[in-house]
Design a protein around this ligand. Structure first.
Ligand SMILES: *Cc1c(COP(=O)(O)O)cnc(C)c1O
Length: 405
């Protein structure tokens, strides 16, 4: 076994179960392991790698900014934060933004903002505000965030949890309306559930939720950490239904594949609940992260990568839907964000492992689904190559599955 793996197993906590591949280099959609083997990266670091490994313009921004000023703290202004926030607000149509690092922190910020907004603007009695989330959600791994999870493994052993959360079935706008009370502060929703298995809600769902929220003075908060920044073929996934949320979270690809950079963005009356000292992070809004976030946004827009995601995503979905395998239950997705649900007798994890041995990196997610979320710089020929290798890999599982059935 590789020395790197031995050391990681000996000294690391086993909170992940990585495929047995040790990556040492990446460029665009290509990665290489320590033995020199080449792979097509069809996972794209769970959508953090949308621009492709080592995008030259983001790397240049990193080198330039790192040499000038990196982490001055928010005790002072820095010359990169304002331009970054301005561009992010302009592109999302939000009034103001609060910078953090990881996605979970941006979601925590959203929960705090919604609670304080409910208390100070909506006048919900103190400590009574409720937030509604969806079954099957994924919003990160902090204690408050897993308090909203419906996945028993995410919660088991980690209680007690903070109260004030309610779950409704995903894709059911009537259930949302029925769950709203005078104490409801916000409805937090992923436009497409990513970790939940690339679950696309029924058409009209988000628009219906938006009008229900407006009617009841409840904030609609879109968690676009995975679906935003072009992943579904539009800048934000909510744009597919013409929905403008009251607040949203961005992360993952916002760091240009180099650093953790996240944002909570909202209407001014929502961000206005924060007073100096209410909330913060030592690294949130640092000059290096802001410079990289700004560069990532400029690359996305300036290099027409969102249009690429739309066009190549349609190609990817068509190719996956065209596969004629008895093991495929369903193909879901939008843009370069696709999930292939497999029949229950095959393990998506085993398929991902065999596919990696075949030169294509993907990852299983819940509901026995294999996920494809490649960098937007992927070409149609590379998609064809990956899909053909996926088909060949599935065929390896097909014969034994037939024998059992
Ligand atoms: C990944 C993800 C998060 C959490 O982001 P981290 O950077 O891993 O903390 C939150 N929400 C959604 C929808 C995600 O996909």
């Amino acid at each position: 076994m590789s020395e790197a793996v031995t050391l990681e197993r000996r000294y690391g906590a086993a909170n992940y179960e990585p495929l047995p591949i040790v990556l040492v280099r990446g460029a665009g959609v290509h990665v290489w392991d320590e033995t020199g083997r080449h792979y097509l990266d069809m996972l794209g670091a769970y959508s953090a790698q949308s621009l492709g490994h080592g995008h030259p313009r983001v790397l240049a921004a990193l080198a330039d900014q790192a040499a000038r000023l990196a982490v001055p703290s928010r005790a002072f202004h820095n010359d990169r934060l304002g331009p970054f926030l301005a561009r992010a607000c302009q592109l999302t149509g939000m009034d103001a933004a609060l910078p953090m690092n990881t996605g979970a922190e941006a979601v925590e910020t959203a929960l705090k903002a919604a609670r304080k907004w409910a208390e100070t603007v909506k006048r919900v009695p103190a400590d009574r505000a409720e937030i509604i989330a969806c079954e099957g959600n994924f919003h990160g791994r902090s204690i408050a965030v897993i308090a909203m999870s419906s996945d028993p493994q995410y919660r088991a052993g980690f209680g007690p949890f903070p109260p004030g959360f309610r779950l409704v079935p995903y894709g059911d706008a009537a259930a949302l309306e029925a769950a709203i009370t005078p104490a409801t502060a916000a409805f937090l929703v992923e436009p497409i559930q990513g970790e939940g298995g690339i679950v696309v809600p029924p058409p009209g769902y988000l628009a219906a939720c938006a009008s229900i929220c407006r009617r009841h003075d409840v904030l609609l908060i879109a968690d676009e950490i995975q679906t935003g920044l072009g992943r579904t073929g539009r800048f934000l996934a909510v744009e597919h239904e013409g929905v403008k949320p009251d607040a949203l979270t961005l992360g993952k690809a916002l760091g240009g594949g180099l650093l953790p950079v996240s944002l909570f963005l909202a209407r001014r009356d929502v961000t206005d609940v924060f007073r100096p000292g209410d909330h913060g992070s030592t690294f949130g809004g640092n000059a290096l992260g802001a410079a990289i976030g700004l560069a990532a946004l400029e690359v996305l827009v300036g290099e027409a990568l969102i249009e690429r995601s739309a066009v190549l995503g349609a190609h990817l979905l068509a190719r996956l839907r065209g596969l004629n395998s008895p093991l495929i239950r369903d193909v879901r997705g939008r843009g370069l964000f696709a999930g292939v649900e497999l029949a229950p007798m095959v393990e998506a994890h085993a398929v991902a492992e065999a596919l990696a041995a075949n030169g294509v990196l993907t990852k299983d997610t819940r509901r026995n689904t294999v996920r494809f979320a490649p960098p937007f710089v992927v070409t149609a020929a590379e998609i064809d190559d990956a899909v053909e290798r996926f088909a060949a890999t599935l065929a390896l599982f097909d014969a034994p599955a037939r024998a059992i059935a």
